[in-house]
Design a protein around this ligand. Structure first.
Ligand code: C2O
Ligand code: CU
Length: 478
């Protein structure tokens, strides 16, 4: 059975929006998919691990001819994959070797804002070194690290400041699912770029207030990638790392696959799909079973009708393990009935984007919630159809999706998430709790909408403790 509906409201596809840039297959030769190396720890003991993450610039051979000048984390473009273990104390040295201020935002990590979390209030200036510590107490998941200075998040991510972060825990490591990094457990960072003269990026030339897009798909930094399959099953960790592009993924032969995880956790049970839609910043872990294929066959991953990645099938040993039909226990906690519902409206397009009639201001706190308390948030996209989907993201928490316009969310949204695509004219109800006091941003993850002001911030307070004063940046810092 073919499900090209991607569990998604078809008329809302961003193809209809003015700034849309269609993908075109580049004529560069096929290249092996770049598998970002795992970042080596500086040192490690049972309870502690030390990493140095350096934002730097460098040149990469992305296309034949001139190398492309780009930015990355411990790499010339994008970055190395960072692995955290639940419960272990992470000590991270942040280094900025770039010519401008940046921040290091741990997207999806349950860490305190506004400093450790690396949003706009946590600048690391050129040449500066900072140290942060945090311990993750959250389930195994695929997260990411990206730059988040206000208002140049979009440009810095476009330059390459984005990399995958994997959280591992004891529960996930017991399940019979692929986890051999680079062999059968593969990061897939989905992005698009426009290569200008001499293969260079030119963000300003490509600028569109509704999001910058380019005609060339770039997967883990590779154009026209292929991957050599040597195992029957493969786990792909999809991350939509694009500034504005949505991906509507499917395979040749309508090959079905199982989604096992969303943004911030495994799903309660695997969901069989033949199509998967990812809005900006969303993640999905899927398992593909190539048992029907033989050495020499090829399976292609597409977005719409555009090929993204070819899987070249080699000989593999027969694998009879079954994906467990139960992956994680998630209970829906109850909400104090007297608690009002928080309404958040993402509105406007182009330069007029805002949240609740206000553009983002770094010094202004827009909302307050009590630490440890569950609250319903009703998040609305007030655009009319056909308009853009706004991917709504909250820092420092993971939430459950309860309803879309009063109806059940899509079956593959039943895990913890930190980003949810809200369709035009839709209200999505989510259940939100913060475990750590602090200040957290929430915004549309179309990065140009975020930089354009479709962003706000909430203070999480602990009524049992004296009120804490945070040092906030202002809008004139850059
Ligand atoms: Cu992925 Cu506020 O960010
Ligand atoms: Cu938006």
């Amino acid at each position: 059975q073919s499900n090209k509906k991607y569990f998604f409201d078809e008329p809302a596809f961003d193809l209809h929006d003015g700034g849309y840039v269609p993908l075109i297959v580049n004529n560069a030769p096929e290249m092996p998919l770049n598998i970002p190396p795992i970042l080596k720890a500086d040192r490690e003991s049972k309870n502690d691990i030390y990493y140095t993450v350096t934002a730097k610039s460098g040149k990469s051979q992305i296309l034949p001819g001139e190398k492309t000048q780009a930015w990355g984390y411990n790499a010339n473009f994008l970055g190395k994959t960072i692995i955290f273990h639940r419960g272990q104390k992470n000590h991270i040295t942040l280094k900025n070797d770039l010519p401008e201020l940046t921040t290091f935002h741990w997207h999806g990590a349950d860490v305190s804002g506004p400093y450790v979390d690396g949003g706009c209030h946590a600048p690391v200036y050129p040449g500066e070194i900072k140290h942060i510590n945090f311990t993750l107490n959250q389930p195994a998941a695929t997260l990411w690290l990206h730059a988040h200075p206000c208002p140049s998040t979009a440009e810095q991510v476009w330059q390459g400041l984005a990399t995958m972060v994997i959280v591992q825990d004891e529960h996930e490591s017991q399940l019979s699912i692929p986890r051999n990094y680079g062999v059968d457990d593969i990061p897939i960072i989905l992005q698009d770029r426009h290569f200008h003269k001499d293969n260079q990026f030119d963000y300003r030339a490509d600028y569109d207030p509704d999001g910058v897009a380019g005609p060339t798909a770039v997967i883990n930094g590779t154009v026209n990638p292929y991957f050599d399959v040597t195992t029957q099953k493969i786990r792909l960790r999809f991350l939509n790392g694009a500034n504005r592009r949505e991906w509507r993924l499917h395979f040749s032969d309508d090959l079905p696959f199982d989604q096992i995880a969303g943004d911030c956790s495994l799903l309660p049970k695997p969901i069989k799909l033949t199509g998967l839609m990812l809005s900006c910043a969303e993640r999905a872990e899927v398992i593909i079973d190539f048992s029907q294929y033989h050495e020499g066959d090829e399976v292609t991953l597409y977005t719409d009708q555009v090929p993204l990645l070819k899987f070249r099938i080699h000989n593999f040993a027969k694998d009879t393990t079954k994906i467990p039909d139960h992956l994680i226990n998630l209970k829906k906690p109850s909400v104090e009935p007297s608690l009002p519902i928080r309404h958040v409206v993402m509105q406007g397009m182009d330069e007029s984007v805002a949240i609740d009639d206000k553009k983002f201001a770094m010094e202004r706190i827009d909302a307050e919630q009590i630490v440890g308390e569950y609250q319903y948030w009703d998040v609305t996209n007030s655009n009319e159809k056909p308009g853009m989907v706004h991917p709504f993201h909250i820092h420092g928490t993971r939430f459950l999706v309860l309803t879309r316009n009063g109806k059940d969310p899509y079956p593959n949204e039943n895990g913890f998430k930190d980003t949810i695509g809200v369709n035009p004219g839709e209200t999505v109800r989510i259940l939100v709790k913060f475990d750590l006091p602090g200040i957290y941003m929430y915004h549309c993850h179309i990065l140009e909408h975020e930089d354009g002001g479709m962003m706000a911030q909430i203070e999480i307070v602990d009524p049992k403790k004296p009120h804490q004063k945070y040092q906030l940046m202002d809008m004139n810092t850059l």
